[in-house]
Design a protein around this ligand. Sequence first.
Ligand SMILES: Cc1ncc(COP(=O)(O)O)c(C=O)c1O
Length: 475
Amino acid sequence: MNTLLSQAFDPETFRKEGYQLVDLLTNYLQDCRAGATMPVLPPSTPDEMLAFWENDLKQGDFNLQQFYQTLILQSNHIHHPNYMGHQVVPPAPLSALTELLEALLNNGMAIYEMGPASTAIEKVVLRWLSEHIGFPDEAEGILTSGGSAGNLTGLLAARQAMCGFNVWDEGNNGDHPFALMVSEEAHYSVSRAARIMGWGEKGVVKVPVNENMQLDASKLEETLLNATANGLQVIAIVGNACSTSTGTYDPLDKMADFAQKHGLWFHVDGAHGGAAAMTAKYAHLTRGMDRADSVVIDFHKMMLAPALTTAVLFRNGKHSYATFAQKAEYLLGDGKQKPWYDSAARALECTKKMLGVKVYAMIKLYGDDLFRDYIINAYDLGQSFAELIDAQPDFELAVKPDGNIVCFRYCPENHNGDLNVLNAAIRNKSLKDARFYIVQTMVNGKVYLRVSLMNPFTTMTELNALITAIREDFA
Ligand SMILES: Cc1ncc(COP(=O)(O)O)c(C=O)c1O
């Protein structure tokens, strides 16, 4: 073997570099935990960052550990207690270690023999989750790479099950302008899925929301009537559990009633908040989700796993076999036989990562309570932060939050300028000085600051410090 190849595959080099990397990451986790003095993300602009790495590639000498160190410094620190931005979880370190194992084994699934253990583990993990959300024994599902792919998978199954002909083979035709109903607050992946299916903009019928940004169930009948009068064939309704922007849950129980009454497919996008069904304290938010035909839940949001791992669960498992009907002789035969263990027949991906393994490891080592404790802690913190904001005369909430996503804005009494401009400036400053990572959103045409409290090491101390920092900089 040539020297480069033998070097690249040398087990002893792997051992040495591996130990050093684990040491580096251990120190990193400790630094993150200590928080305060370390910026939460690098202040560089995209162009500056690009210039740095373009230049770096041209440099001659390379030190692997230095590279790792630089990469860490130039990344967003999700484990930092002042990380309060988007809905990405700080992965439990065990799940990252397990992912290293997955990467090296590289069993690409697709068919059973390309991932024997991971194929079985995927099914075990899906069954475990399915029981936790109250699905019956015949439920089945598939793990896929992210909530966007998950929503597409669920909605493709909805189309195939509800459209009345074999749309997979025959394709859409003008006689059937299919549509789904969903609140105005749905994640964009839902409307993207409709467009991918060829339904266009009109294929997404928006149901108005109430003052808490939850789908207004009293508008369902009228919305369906109007859509039908406009020539649309509504075949599905999608519930948010919870919405991305404000984190509030749609009235899933009422939506399930509505779907049942009108013979519609009920899909729940529980990418962020579906896992709350596991907790006694917050399960009420997901009431009705157990009546959905399909549910999406991201393990990389509220289930402590690194990105990306998403469960798509079908209450009636047979629908998981109807989503895709492709032939691939070399891999799946004529597509007619679909055993549970050849994941490519039921997933968007052909090769896919060993998605269930890290989740399985967490379940085995820590038990179900790890997930419950994490969710309850994060949702409780969201409630406490909302109470804190509510008690401040110069801050206001966008809506009362259901969980760990809180939208608020600074509105000092003496401010005569535009509050949208002020709050956008606060968000921009937070990016530049990198003390807190927060994001912004629009609610009813107004700019709000938005935090997703994903880090179990974020406490009211950091949230009080955020309020103080905003006042100091912008009062
Ligand atoms: C409600 C909801 N659905 C779907 C998605 C998309 O998930 P992913 O980023 O895993 O593709 C998100 C992401 O934030 C989300 O909040």
